[in-house]
Ligand binder design. Structure first.
Ligand code: ITT
Length: 195
C-alpha cells in the first residue's frame, strides 16, 4: 500500500483521516519526521495554509504528503474564527467553544449560521493539487453531545439535522467538510497513481 504523510499534529483530525483513508493508504503522522516542529502557518486562506503544511511535510519526509487546514466560519462574526480557528482562545477547545457561545449570546437561531471548511493540499514534489470541502449548519445555544472534537459540540449540521457532537464518526464523515475534501482528494490521487 502507498505511504502518505499526514501533515497534522491534531489528534482529532488524524483519527478521522485514518478512518477515511486508512484502508487504501498507510498514513504516517508528520511527527515521525519533523520532531514536532510545525511550519509557520502564515497564509491568508485555508488553501494557502494547507499548502504550507503539505510542502513542509514533504520537505521533512521526502514522501508523498498532504496537509489539511480547516476551521469554522460564523456568518454573524464576519467569517471568524476562520483560519484562526485553532487560536481563537487559549486553553483548548472547551475554552474556544465557550468564547464562541459568549460572542453569539442573544443572536437568534436564524442568524447563527456557519460553515466548516477543509482544504487539503497534496504534494509529492512533482504533482501538487488542492481540494476543498464545506459543510453548512448553525451554532447551537449550548454544547451538545460527547462525540467528535474541536467545535463539534456546538455545531448543528444542516445535512444531518443533528448536532455533530451526537452523531457517529461515519455519519459525520458522510457530510463533513473533511469527508467531502477527502473523497475529492482520493479521486485525484487515483487519477495520478491509479487505483
Ligand atoms: P494542525 O495544523 O497540526 O493540522 P490544528 O488543530 O492547528 O492542527 P488547523 O490549523 O487546521 O489545525 O485548525 C483547525 C481548527 O478548527 C481546530 O481548532 C479544530 O478543532 C477546528 N476544526 C477543524 N475541523 C473540525 C471538525 O471536523 N470538527 C470540529 N472542529 C474542527
Amino acid at each position: 500500500m502507498m505511504k502518505l504523510v499526514a501533515a497534522t499534529h491534531n489528534k482529532g483530525k488524524l483519527a478521522e483521516l485514518t478512518e477515511m483513508l486508512g484502508g487504501r493508504y498507510v498514513l504516517l503522522p508528520v511527527s515521525d519526521f519533523d520532531g514536532g516542529v510545525e511550519p509557520e502557518e502564515n497564509g491568508n486562506s485555508f488553501e494557502e495554509n494547507s499548502r504550507i503544511k503539505a510542502r513542509a511535510a514533504f520537505a521533512a519526509s521526502g514522501l508523498p504528503s498532504f496537509g489539511d487546514d480547516s476551521g469554522l466560519c460564523v456568518d454573524a462574526l464576519g467569517g471568524a474564527p476562520g483560519i484562526y480557528s485553532s487560536r481563537y482562545a487559549a486553553g483548548g477547545s472547551a475554552a474556544r467553544n465557550a468564547k464562541l457561545l459568549r460572542e453569539l449570546s442573544g443572536v437568534p437561531e436564524e442568524k447563527r449560521t456557519a460553515k466548516f471548511v477543509c482544504c487539503i493540499t497534496f504534494t509529492d514534489g512533482e504533482h501538487e493539487f488542492t481540494v476543498r470541502g464545506e459543510c453548512r449548519g448553525r451554532i447551537l445555544e449550548r454544547e451538545k453531545g460527547e462525540g467528535g472534537f474541536g467545535y463539534d459540540p456546538v455545531f448543528f449540521s444542516d445535512e444531518l439535522g443533528r448536532p455533530f457532537g451526537e452523531v457517529s464518526a461515519a455519519e459525520k464523515d458522510a457530510v463533513s467538510h473533511r469527508g467531502k475534501a477527502v473523497r475529492l482528494f482520493a479521486e485525484r490521487l487515483a487519477e495520478i497513481y491509479g487505483e
